[in-house]
Structure formats: structure tokens, C-alpha cells
Design a protein around this ligand. Sequence first.
Ligand SMILES: Nc1ncnc2c1ncn2[C@@H]1O[C@H](COP(=O)(O)OP(=O)(O)O)[C@@H](O)[C@H]1O
Ligand SMILES: [Mg+2]
Length: 365
Amino acid sequence: MKIDRLELTSFRNYGSLQIDFEEKTNIFYGNNAQGKTNILEAIYLSLTTRSHKKSKDHEMIRFGMDEAHIRVFLEKKGITRKIDMHLKKRQKKFIAIDGVPVKKASDLLGLANIIFFSPEDINMIKNGPSERRRFVDMDLSQLDKLYLSSLYGYSRALEQRNKLLKDIAYFKDNSLSDMLDIWDEKLIEYGSGIIRKREGFIGELNEILKEKNRKITGIDEELTCVYEPDATIEEYREKLKKNRYNDIRSGSTSTGPHRDDINFSLDGVDLRKYGSQGQQRTASLSVKLSEIELIKNRINDAPILLLDDVLSELDNKRQKCLINSIGDIQTLITCTGLDEFIKNDLVKDNVFYVENAAVKKKEVV
Ligand SMILES: Nc1ncnc2c1ncn2[C@@H]1O[C@H](COP(=O)(O)OP(=O)(O)O)[C@@H](O)[C@H]1O
Ligand SMILES: [Mg+2]
């Protein structure tokens, strides 16, 4: 799959922009704060419903304007789709696919498979569990509609249960406790679906991970990832019951997939606790490369890769490894200079110079 074209109106620092992309590598270079990341953000947003930076809609509208428009032409297995997204200051965003308005933003998920790789992702292993969950959730949501609806169902039920917990503590009304059973059952229903699919995804990732890591490091060491569910499906109901009293006291639900984590280890040693920064970063790169392969395996097509300023964060060997593995998939890369590409002899299909919200195509020889 690939993105053929992007059109922006009043998005971030862009007044108006149209870009046609190449099938393979597209490089955006220029100084800081010129608008390179904004291009990737617009694409990611229009295909996943949210900004990779978790920005709010109104923050992405050009200063002083009331609406921002994004239009993306996407090609998948020979079929072209047109996606329109209008961000509004005080209203929900408008979305249309092929000119037909859609009610739920989540209808966008699954149209494309998109992987975002930023310097923050390089610290995925070092950071807190919520980022590791987000990584799994973003991929699975694009791969599996049922997973997405379980996630929605779960977060709704969690919200309701937490509200009820607070009411019980506030009103000291034990009859409300009976209602907790209803929400517990909902959590178990949706949560079990989430746990099962995370288990499958992380297991699959683990199969690919070892090999990728060996390729990057050239060392015969074993990188593994293991799913660490807060509660397994079998123990979920029991754990919810056991924690009920404490949950009422704290006014929040202490167990379930919203507390899950993934553990990464190198030759059996926990990378988060004991890994050097270099080991953690290399492992994150291995995870990203495995992610590409996992998606390829599942959908029998290549995902679209967005690389935001990551090359300069990697040493020469890892740059090469990353660049070699993206050869056949459409990649949009931002960077401040072209040195890395010239050094690595990367095919320069499409190079754009970005300066003060103007994007100019450059001939590089
Ligand atoms: N809503 C907005 N309206 C206008 N300009 C914005 C908005 N949001 C961010 N910007 C501007 O966009 C620029 C940053 O763009 P970005 O794509 O992150 O730069 P870079 O080229 O470093 O990746 C900054 O100059 C910032 O002020
Ligand atoms: Mg940037």
C-alpha cells in the first residue's frame, strides 16, 4: 500500500500544500521548526484518527483559522481511496472516505497500516508501560476491527465502573455494590478479548524479534518479548473480586488489561531494569523492524513507514540496517541533513526541501 498524494489547508504552519509521493523512499529535509514533522503528523492523523503527539484537534488548526483540511489519496492493492478530514475549533472532526461522510472516526482504522517511528519510540523499552501498550494497541487496531471494538467497550466499561466505585464510597450505599457485578462482567467480556489478542500479537512479534536483533547487532544474543498481562483470563474474575474493597476505597479499578505490560529481555536479563541505553535503543529498533514484518505477514502487503528524525539517533551500522530493511516499502523520512543518506548510498527517489512551510522538490545527484 502507498500514499499517492497529500493536500493540506490551514494545517499547523501550512496555509496550502500539495505533495505527490514516490512509491518507495521520500525524504524531507530542512532546518528545525520548518514543518517536516507536521507532514507526517497529518498523514498519521488522517489514517489513525489521532496525532502521534496526542495533540488536540484545535491545536493542529493553523493559528488564527477556524478549520484545517487534510486530504490523502491512498492506494491499496490497486484500489485508490480518498480520505478527507476537517478539523474544527469547537466541533467534532468531519471525516469522509471517498466522498462519503463517516459517523465514527474509527472507520478510518484498517484502511491502511501505518507505522510511526520517532526518537521517543527509541525509548519505548525504557519508558513506562502505557507506551508499550499503545504500540500494541495501534498495530492491533489497524489489523483487527474486533480488537478495536473490544478496546472501546473496555474503556467505556472501565469509566462506568470507576464512576460507580466513587459513588459507592461517597453515598456509602451498599446496594450500589450489586451493580458492580454488571460492570465486572463487561470488563471480563471485553478484557478477555483484548488479552487473547495481545497474547497472540506479542507471541508473533517474539518469533520475529530474535532474528532481527541478531541481524542488527551481529551478536548471537537472544532478544525476547513476553506479554505480562496484569491478570490472565483465568484469574481475571477472581482478581476483580479480591480487589473490590480496595477499588472502592481508591475509586479506581486496579486490575485488568489497562495495567498490562510487555517485558523485553536480552539473554534472560530484563532490559528495562538492567539494559544499557544502547541496548535498549537497539532493541527498540529490532521491535520496529519486527513490527514491519509482522504486519507484512498478517496482511500480505507492506505497511507505510513514517520515520521522524530517527536516523540521526542511530549509529552508522544501525542506520544501514534500518535503511536496508525498508527497501521495498513506502517510507516518508524527515531529517535535518542529507548526509546520512549520501553516506549510506540510499536511493534518492524523492527528496524535498522544507523551509518555512514551503516544500520544494530537489534534484539530488
Ligand atoms: N497550529 C499551528 N499553527 C501554525 N503554526 C504551527 C501550529 N502548530 C505548530 N506550528 C508551527 O510549526 C512549526 C513546527 O513544525 P514541525 O513540523 O514540528 O517542524 P520540523 O521541521 O522541525 O519537524 C513551528 O514553527 C510551530 O510554530
Ligand atoms: Mg520535526
